[in-house]
Design a protein around this ligand. Structure first.
Ligand code: URA
Length: 210
């Protein structure tokens, strides 16, 4: 295994989960059909599969890797990651007990928004990660993951702009699952004054995990 891959402390004791997650990782590493593959290889970047516990109660889902993430293969390890760490600390959640990933697993050129066809290509991997982990809550970070996950779990009719529904929780009865759309942590990178609002939104996670 490459040194720079996701090698954080593991993940689950369940051999089936480990095997299924490894398969996902291998498939993404070899995803030559992706329009982002050639650039990943040419720039010596890595795909960002996800990181954390495979038994997590919460999955956090961002948009796509940024520059630092693609360099290291780790999600949310740059400026947005620092904010995410601060928000997790605010509610006493240990990052290694949750799972953190993105909808799109390779970095879009120059941090542009992911294209619909990229979301379509990568989202089945996310679906499989969710199916393996079976979390109690999915927390979406930003509008791309909010839209994907709410549509995916039959909440299309509840979908509104992120400024209207951030910090609310939606329950998916058939899956016994909460969906919580939150602002992307990058919001507070650009505007530090937003941090208290983001912290307040995170407090909803304490109730869910209680
Ligand atoms: N922004 C994201 O959406 N995901 C990351 O992993 C980093 C920044």
């Amino acid at each position: 295994m490459n040194k720079k891959e996701n090698t954080k402390e593991n993940r689950s004791q369940d051999p089936l989960k480990l095997e299924q997650m490894k398969k996902i990782r291998d498939e993404i590493f070899n995803l030559t059909s992706s329009p982002l593959y050639a650039e990943r290889v040419a720039s010596g970047n890595f795909p960002v599969i996800g990181e954390g516990s495979y038994d997590a109660g919460i999955i956090f889902i961002g948009e796509a890797p940024g520059k630092n993430e693609a360099k290291t293969g780790r999600p949310f390890c740059g400026a947005s990651g620092k904010i995410l760490d601060e928000l997790l600390a605010h509610v006493g959640i240990d990052r290694k007990n949750v799972y953190v990933t993105n909808v799109v697993k390779d970095r879009p050129t120059n941090n542009r928004d992911p294209k619909p066809e990229e979301i379509e290509l990568y989202s089945p991997f996310l679906d499989r990660q969710i199916e393996i982990i079976k979390p109690r809550a999915i927390v979406t970070l930003g509008r791309f993951s909010m839209q994907y996950i709410m549509n995916r779990f039959g909440l299309t009719s509840e979908l509104q702009s992120i400024s209207s529904i951030h910090g609310k929780k939606f329950f998916v009865k058939e899956k016994d699952l909460f969906i919580v759309p939150l602002y992307h942590p990058a919001v507070a990178v650009y505007n530090r004054n937003m941090l208290p609002d983001l912290k307040k939104d995170f407090e909803i996670l304490k109730d869910i995990l209680r």
